[in-house]
Ligand binder design. Structure first.
Ligand code: GDP
Length: 528
């Protein structure tokens, strides 16, 4: 069995794409799926996306604002590997969701717009990857347009993102003169054939830059290109797999996602160099992916993913072992055992029932309100995976109903949407208000629009005097009780049932913290 696990684990590659909006993440995702034979014609994913837009106000809003809100998970085979690709939302208001998604991967693909280089969102996402030294493969996109000087782009990656950049391929021209890329170590040219963006094409190669064929292909540009290469080879790092695995060096590829050129090299790099599922830290010990007993954690919950099904899916990263349909899993937080017979896997835009899965895979569980983000599942061991935090919201609104008879639906809707982790709902101890907290202001609009669409409830927001929220903990039960009585005006319970202090001002919070040294006021909450 453990041999079988080791074999399956070695085949897994689980990664996410990080990029600034518009750099080409959606396009490259489609091309990757095309390569994994998960779709036959590029454009399929987009088409589905717009179907969904038509059926949902929320999606309409997403489209109108040009942001991608939902995270998707996709699995497809490529070469000898099974690839799990996790999509991350691009807009900064959804950074928490992105943060948690990045805890579920073993490597990341950074996509840069060649005309723009490193952009603000790229920097923020790289900072998150840094926290776990996640290995990064880089792709400079849009070579079919005018791009910035590639040497300058590499310098920018190194200086701004503080990571060594090692070019694996080098572009030959760009825009109308884009002829392809030269593979530095392999000493061959990969010829760019425009007009094949939507299909799988065989690579056309010219071996040897010194060959007559290469001279002929580059024509008048030949001498300049050779000169440029000498400069590049003198000035740039050569690729070191060890440094890549430590997150200190990124291999860089050039191409055009739209033209489906260069994407296969990126996927080959993921297969050849990116790590198979890595060990995960838990409170109690480190868990190796190849251990036989099953373990996994929930990094994302999404409500009403499919308007036809109206259900909530909890996404689990399997950290070790093997899932088999019908197996009994132990939910560590609640201490309950649940039989899982209908886990889902995600293939392109489709979901399918799953027979088995291995460490590194992402599976979907139906959630009826019992699963929370951060939950660990095992075959019985008491383990808690770490590093999947909730952040204290920074913006607060009081939620008011337009139709007072719908308060049950409102509570249910807010509670279910809060499970997704991008917003948090608070029920004050002293009155019947409902307070919604979020990290980004756009979240309030998303929630209002989804409440209307998915729960048929219309709500309004009112300002409320809350500056920040802190989760309350204490080892001293008596003190905690005393605090509960004294501070009742500012106490609330969040959607997960945790006691929270809603501080009206920064000053109030620091005074309260000083007055109650036995109480911990936490700005992040992790499940223990
Ligand atoms: P995302 O916001 O990162 O998901 O970016 P998209 O994949 O939606 O791409 C943003 C825009 O750039 C779209 O209009 C794409 O068609 C375009 N685009 C993506 N890749 C390329 C490329 O290689 N060349 C050109 N010219 N346009 C591209």
């Amino acid at each position: 069995m453990s041999n079988a696990i080791a074999k399956e684990v070695a085949k897994r590659r689980t990664f996410a794409i990080i990029s600034h909006p518009d750099a080409g993440k959606t396009t490259i995702t489609e091309r990757l799926l095309l390569m994994g034979q998960a779709i036959n014609v590029a454009g399929t994913v987009k088409a589905r996306k717009s179907d969904r837009h038509a059926t949902s106000d929320w999606m309409a809003m997403e489209k109108q604002r040009g942001i991608s809100v939902s995270t998707s998970v996709m699995q497809f085979p490529y070469r000898e590997c099974m690839i799990n690709l996790l999509d991350t939302p691009g807009h900064e208001d959804f950074s928490e969701d992105t943060y948690r998604t990045l805890t579920a991967v073993d490597s990341a693909l950074m996509v840069l717009d060649g005309g723009k280089g490193v952009e603000p969102r790229t920097i923020a996402l790289m900072e998150v990857c840094r926290l776990r030294d996640t290995p990064i493969v880089s792709f400079v996109n849009k070579l079919d347009r005018d791009i910035r000087d590639p040497i300058e782009l590499l310098d920018e990656i190194e200086a701004v993102l503080n990571i060594k950049a090692a070019p694996i391929t080098w572009p030959i021209g760009c825009y109308r003169d884009f002829k392809g890329v030269y593979h530095l170590q392999g000493d061959y040219i990969i010829v760019y054939q425009p007009g094949h963006g939507h299909e799988r094409t065989e690579q056309q190669r010219i071996q040897g830059l010194d060959s007559a064929e290469a001279r002929d292909y580059l024509g008048d540009d030949y001498d300049n290109f050779v000169e440029e290469l000498e400069l590049v080879q003198g000035a740039c790092h050569s690729f070191e797999p060890e440094a890549f695995l430590k997150g200190e060096m990124t291999p860089v590829f050039f191409g055009t996602a739209l033209g489906n050129f260069g994407v296969d090299q990126v996927l080959d790099a993921v297969v050849d160099w990116a790590p198979a599922p890595l060990p995960r830290p838990a409170n109690e010990r480190q868990v190796e992916a190849t251990e036989a007993p099953f373990t996994g954690f929930i990094f994302k919950i999404q409500a009403n993913m499919d308007p036809k099904h109206r259900d909530r899916i909890a996404f689990m990263r399997i950290c070790s072992g093997h899932y088999e349909k019908g197996m009994k899993l132990h939910q560590v937080r609640t201490g309950k055992d649940v039989r899982i017979a209908d886990a889902l896997t995600f293939f392109a835009a489709e979901r399918e029932h799953l027979e088995e899965a291995w460490a590194g895979d992402i599976i979907g569980l139906h959630n009826h309100g019992t699963i929370q983000i951060g939950d660990t599942f095992t075959e019985g061991e008491k383990l808690g995976f770490t590093g999947i935090p909730h952040f204290a919201p920074e913006l607060f609104r009081r939620v008011r109903l337009k139709d007072p008879l719908k308060s049950k639906q409102l509570r249910q809707g807010l509670q279910e949407l809060a499970e997704e982790g991008a917003t948090q709902v608070f029920f004050p101890e002293r009155n019947n208000d409902i307070i919604l907290g979020a990290v980004g202001v756009l979240q309030f609009d998303v929630v209002a629009s989804r409440l209307k669409e998915e729960y048929k409830v219309e709500c309004l927001y009112e300002p409320i005097n809350v500056w920040s929220a802190r989760w309350i903990e204490s080892d001293d039960k008596k003190k905690l009780e005393e605090f509960r009585n004294k501070a009742v005006e500012n106490l609330a319970v969040d959607g997960g049932g945790h006691l929270t202090y809603l501080a009206p001002t920064r000053v109030n919070l620091s005074l309260t913290e000083e007055r109650w040294p036995d109480i911990r006021f936490r700005a992040t909450r992790e499940h223990h």
